[in-house]
Design a protein around this ligand. Structure first.
Ligand code: JFZ
Length: 431
């Protein structure tokens, strides 16, 4: 039993097995939708635009006044996500600019007061749940709008704000965060995941003492005992305070570990470079690149949270839709190589230009052939036997034989041998 003592309260007594059971569905789901949506979709040049361009609050206000998402229909979003094969979603309830998509009691800087004139979170939560997609919240710990939030000494907006740094009280901000999280975690039913973002202890705070991270975790666990929590509140040394690691925009070389143990992890990635809708960005990844990213993530035991930044009108732009549908076409035929899959055991040596995923419950190995080789696919030094091999996209048999490994002989008892899979000369299908 791992006794977790956080703040005043022992909020959870959970063995590694219990934790694994609590995380199992999320880990098996593997593929989720991240949504970055806020008034930064109006300037449409990155969700950090206010900071990057040192825009004073009074000037940034024009985006608040022009946020009128008349095409917003979360049922369409949820259907696109489902068709892409995504099993969960995470929405930015509040990003760094402090703007809130829900009807919070604790600030006027919320969707209700824009031309949208309503809580935009509630219908979203409902629409995704109706499609069987689990719902998670992203909540920014950083808040450039809150009068008690300590902006960095070199922060571009620091001299633009009316509030004086000396009168800022971090305790007030801590209360604000707790109040808002209490709203989010009590008024929208079961929330499956919480993504707090982010910490950088150092200049003027942004660490565990500033957020009151330990008490924050106790509160979160009390309100939503089954929630799956990320690791961005500067409690890295406290095992089991968080549930998974979230490296970002970054493909780890191997399964992510913490204190020598492999841990659940999720990489979040963009279609282009920005998280918020960015009209003029032209660095969009291809559907194929995104699929390889998904496969590679699962081949290293991780989850992929792939981001869409909806427009100011409230829809997904064509570039995003095209990629989501492309991924969905592939998932239709190949989803069994993603869901409930993980890294393949070491006994499988991956063939050249391939990625391996593995379903431990079915004892099935999936070989993702990224570059189609000529006729033979080699599983080198494979000592076991395989019962049956097939192409995934059409279920057709792949014949195979075992040959002695380079410089040794095959024996019945399983000496050094390679497995050859006899594949067609021309890559069949589209998968
Ligand atoms: C943060 C945000 O600043 C960004 O706008 C976006 O929401 C993204 C998902 O999260 O960016 C981060 C946060 C943490 C790291 C890197 C970028 N990190 O820990 O490396």
């Amino acid at each position: 039993i791992v006794r977790v003592s956080v703040g005043q309260a022992d909020f959870r007594l959970e063995s590694p097995e219990q934790k694994q059971a609590r995380m199992k569905q999320w880990v098996d789901d593997r593929f989720g939708l991240f949504v970055h949506w806020g008034i930064y979709a109006v300037p449409a040049r990155h969700e950090w635009v206010q900071n990057y361009e040192s825009i004073p609050g009074e000037v940034y206000r024009k985006y608040f006044e022009h946020f009128d998402p008349d095409l917003y229909d979360p049922v369409i979003w949820a259907k696109e996500a489902k068709a892409a094969g995504m099993k969960y979603m995470v929405i930015t309830t509040k990003h760094h600019d402090g703007f809130c998509l829900w009807d919070t009691e604790y600030t006027d800087f919320k969707a209700t007061n824009t031309p949208a004139a309503r809580d935009l979170i509630r219908p979203m939560v409902e629409a995704f749940r109706n499609e069987g997609i689990k719902v998670g919240f992203y909540y920014s710990l950083i808040d450039w709008n809150h009068p008690d939030f300590p902006l960095d000494k070199l922060h571009p907006m620091r001299n633009n704000t009316s509030a004086k740094e000396e009168v800022r009280k971090i305790e007030n901000y801590q209360h604000y965060v707790k109040n808002q999280l209490t709203e989010l975690l009590t008024e929208y039913g079961q929330i499956d995941q919480l993504f707090l973002d982010f910490s950088y202890p150092g200049d003027n705070g942004k660490g565990r003492d500033d957020w009151d991270s330990e008490n924050l975790i106790s509160l979160i666990r009390k309100l939503q005992p089954n929630i799956i929590l990320n690791d961005r509140m500067d409690l890295d040394d406290k095992s089991y305070g968080w549930d998974y690691k979230s490296p970002e925009q970054f493909m780890p070389r191997e399964w992510v570990s913490h204190q020598g143990e492999l841990v659940p992890w999720e990489t979040c990635q963009t279609f282009s470079g920005s998280w918020g809708y960015h009209r003029d960005e032209n660095t969009w990844k291809s559907t194929n690149q995104l699929l390889v990213m998904l496969i590679e993530t699962v081949s290293k035991g991780g989850n992929l949270l792939l981001n869409v930044g909806p427009t100011a009108r409230g829809n997904f732009d064509d570039r995003a839709v095209e990629r989501l549908r492309g991924m969905g076409d592939w998932m239709k035929y190949n989803q069994w190589a993603i869901y409930a899959c993980t890294a393949a055991p070491d006994r499988f040596e991956k063939p050249e230009n391939c990625l391996l995923t593995y379903n431990p419950e079915k004892n099935r190995l999936y070989i993702h052939v990224l570059e189609w080789p000529f006729k033979s696919l080699y599983l080198k030094n494979y000592k076991g036997k395989i019962k049956y091999a097939q192409l995934l996209h059409d279920g057709s048999e792949v014949r195979h034989s075992q040959v002695a490994s380079h410089g040794s002989h095959t024996t019945e008892t399983g000496g050094e041998s390679d497995l050859i899979l006899h594949i067609p000369v021309v890559k069949p299908g589209t998968g």
